[in-house]
Write a protein that binds this ligand. Structure first.
Ligand code: ATP
Length: 488
C-alpha cells in the first residue's frame, strides 16, 4: 500500500535530490518562484512531452503553436483580461493577513477562477460572516480592493514613446489571435484544435503550496474549434481524454475526480466547465483543480472580431471585410474575419471552442506526490518515486559492481551505447546498495550492473525499481529490453 505523501516530504526530497529549488535562494529566495534542478528539468520536460504526444502528435486533428509572451495590448482588451482580470482582496484587521475574497471560508474555496470585479464585489457583501484563514477572526475584514493580476512591462527605450504591455496571464489568447493564420496556412478543417505549451504570469494575491500556485508558471492549452451544435459531444470527448491522460501516466484513480461547475459559477459566456481535481496533500488532504475544461462557445473569436473592428484601419483596408457589416447584431456578423467557411455545407460560421487548460507545474507536482512512496526494507526506510517510465527523469542507470577488474570499462561501453536513445546515468562510486537507493529516490525504473560474471558470459543484471527484482540478460539485449519495458 503506497504511503500518502505529505507535502513537506515532497519539498524536502525535491531539494535534496535536485528536482526543485527556491528561486534566488542565495539571496533569501523570491516568494512563489521556483527553479527546476537537474532531475526536475527532465521530469518537467517529460510531462510536457507526454502532453504534446497525446494532444498533438497522436492526433490528426490538432496542430501546435508557439506564440510570443508579449502581445499587442488589444489582445487583452478584446479578451476582457485588461478590464476584468483582477481579484478582490481584503486584509484581516486582526492579523494583517491578505486574502482573496473568493477564497474565504463559506465560499467554494479554490474552485472559482478569476472573476470580474463586479462579481467579486457582489461576493464581498457577506464578508462579515467569513473567517480569516490565518487567525480565524470572523468578520474583521477591511474594505475589499481590486488587485490587478497581470504583470505590466514597458516596450521601447525612450520614455516618451514606451508602450505598456502585459506578460500573458494565459497562453490561450495567442491561439485565438493566430486562428486565421493557421486556417490560411494549413489544410486544417473544422473540427480541429490548436495546442500550445508556454509560460504564463499572474500576480496572484496568495501563492501557496510549493509549485501549486506560483506567479510564473507553465500552461498546456488546447483550443478545439468545432461546429456549433457539435460542441457538447466534443466537450465530453475532451473531458474523457484529459482524465485518461493522468490515469495512463500513473495517477491513482482514487486521487482524481471531476468537479462540474454549477451554472452560477460559470463565466457568462461559458456553456459548461469541469475541473479535473487531484487530492493534493495540503492539510487534511484537499481536492484541488489540476486542469479546467470549458465550453467557451464562440466568445473569444467574437471578441477578437469586435476588437479588430475597433481598429478601423485594419478592416477598412481589407477588401473582403469591407463588404461585411461587423456589428455583432448584424445578420452577417458570423461571416467576419474569424469565421470559418464549411465547403461541404456551403456555410460560414464562427466556431465554438472546447478548451482543456492544464498546468505543467501543477501536474508535475501531482505526478511527484502520486509517485512518492516509502517502505521498510530490511529494517531501513526506502524512499522511492514510482514514476511512470515515460515521466522518469532518468530511464536507466549503469553501474560496475566494483571499480576494478575491467568492470568500469564494460559498464562505460553499455552506458555510451544507451545514452543516445534514453536519458541514462553512470555511477561507480560507493556501495552498490546505496547506488540503487539513490536511483530509487530519483525514480529511475531500471539499474544495470556489470559484475564478476559479466566477463565470463557477457551478461549483466537488470534491477527493477518497484519490485527490486533482478534478472540476468545478455549485454547485446539490454537496449531492446529497455526499449520494450520503457515503451520508447
Ligand atoms: P485558480 O482558481 O486555481 O487560480 P484558474 O481557474 O484561474 O485557477 P485557469 O485560468 O483555468 O486557472 O488555468 C488553467 C490551469 O493553469 C489551472 O488548472 C492550473 O493547472 C494552471 N494554473 C493557473 N494558475 C496557476 C498558478 N498561479 N500557478 C500554477 N499553475 C496555475
Amino acid at each position: 500500500m503506497a504511503k500518502l505523501a505529505k507535502l513537506d516530504d515532497i519539498v524536502s526530497l525535491c531539494k535534496r535530490r535536485g528536482f526543485i529549488f527556491q528561486s534566488s535562494e542565495i539571496y533569501g529566495g523570491l516568494a512563489s518562484c521556483y527553479d527546476y534542478g537537474p532531475l526536475g528539468v527532465e521530469l518537467k520536460r517529460n510531462v510536457r512531452a507526454a502532453w504534446w504526444k497525446t494532444v498533438v502528435q497522436m492526433r490528426d486533428d490538432v496542430v501546435g503553436l508557439d506564440c510570443s509572451i508579449l502581445m499587442h495590448p488589444m489582445v487583452w482588451k478584446s479578451s476582457g483580461h485588461a478590464d476584468k482580470f483582477a481579484d478582490l482582496v481584503t486584509v484581516c484587521k486582526k492579523c494583517n493577513t491578505r486574502s482573496r475574497v473568493d477564497h474565504l471560508a463559506g465560499h467554494p474555496e479554490e474552485h472559482a477562477g478569476h472573476v470580474s470585479i463586479e462579481t467579486a464585489q457582489a461576493d464581498a457583501q457577506n464578508l462579515d460572516k467569513k473567517a480569516c484563514p490565518s487567525c480565524g477572526a470572523v468578520g474583521k475584514f477591511s474594505e475589499p480592493m481590486a488587485f490587478k493580476l497581470m504583470f505590466e512591462t514597458q516596450m521601447g527605450a525612450n520614455v516618451d514613446d514606451t508602450m505598456t504591455l502585459f506578460l500573458r496571464p494565459e497562453t490561450a489568447q495567442g491561439i485565438f489571435a493566430n486562428f486565421k493564420n493557421v486556417l490560411d496556412s494549413t489544410r486544417v478543417k473544422i473540427p480541429f484544435g490548436i495546442a500550445q505549451i508556454g509560460k504564463a504570469f499572474r500576480n496572484e494575491v496568495t501563492t501557496k503550496a510549493f509549485i501549486f500556485r506560483t506567479r510564473e508558471f507553465e500552461q498546456a492549452e488546447l483550443e478545439f474549434f468545432c461546429e456549433p451544435g457539435t460542441d457538447e459531444k466534443w466537450y465530453e470527448h475532451w473531458k474523457q481524454m484529459r482524465f485518461d491522460w493522468y490515469i495512463d501516466l500513473g495517477i491513482k484513480k482514487a486521487n482524481l475526480r471531476f468537479r462540474e461547475h454549477d451554472p452560477d459559477e460559470l463565466a457568462h459566456y461559458a456553456k459548461a466547465c469541469v475541473d479535473v481535481e487531484y487530492k493534493f496533500p495540503f492539510g487534511s488532504g484537499d481536492w484541488q483543480e489540476l486542469e479546467g475544461i470549458a465550453n467557451r462557445t464562440d466568445y473569444d473569436l467574437r471578441q477578437h472580431q469586435r476588437g479588430m473592428r475597433s481598429m478601423n484601419d485594419w478592416y477598412e483596408n481589407d477588401r473582403d471585410l469591407g463588404k461585411i457589416d461587423l456589428k455583432e447584431e448584424a445578420e452577417d456578423y458570423h461571416k467576419g474575419p474569424l469565421s470559418f467557411f464549411d465547403e461541404q455545407k456551403k456555410q460560414r460560421y464562427i466556431p465554438y471552442v472546447i478548451e482543456p487548460s492544464a498546468g505543467i507545474d501543477r501536474s508535475t507536482l501531482a505526478f511527484l506526490v502520486d509517485a512518492y512512496d516509502e517502505e521498510e526494507v530490511k529494517g531501513e526506510t526506502r524512499n522511492l518515486l514510482r514514476f511512470h517510465p515515460a515521466l522518469a527523469p532518468t530511464k536507466a542507470a549503469v553501474f560496475p559492481l566494483v571499480k576494478k577488474d575491467g568492470m568500469p570499462e564494460i559498464a562505460q561501453k553499455i552506458y555510451a551505447d544507451l545514452k543516445g536513445g534514453f536519458n541514462c546515468f553512470y555511477d561507480q562510486k560507493g556501495a552498490i546498495g546505496r547506488r540503487y537507493r539513490r536511483q530509487d529516490e530519483a525514480g529511475t525504473p531500471y539499474c544495470i550492473t556489470v559484475d564478476g560474471q559479466t566477463k565470463d558470459d557477457n551478461t549483466v543484471t537488470v534491477r527493477q525499481r518497484d519490485s527490486m527484482q533482478q534478472e540476468r540478460i545478455a549485454i547485446d539485449q539490454v537496449k531492446t529490453y529497455l526499449r520494450e519495458k520503457l515503451d520508447l
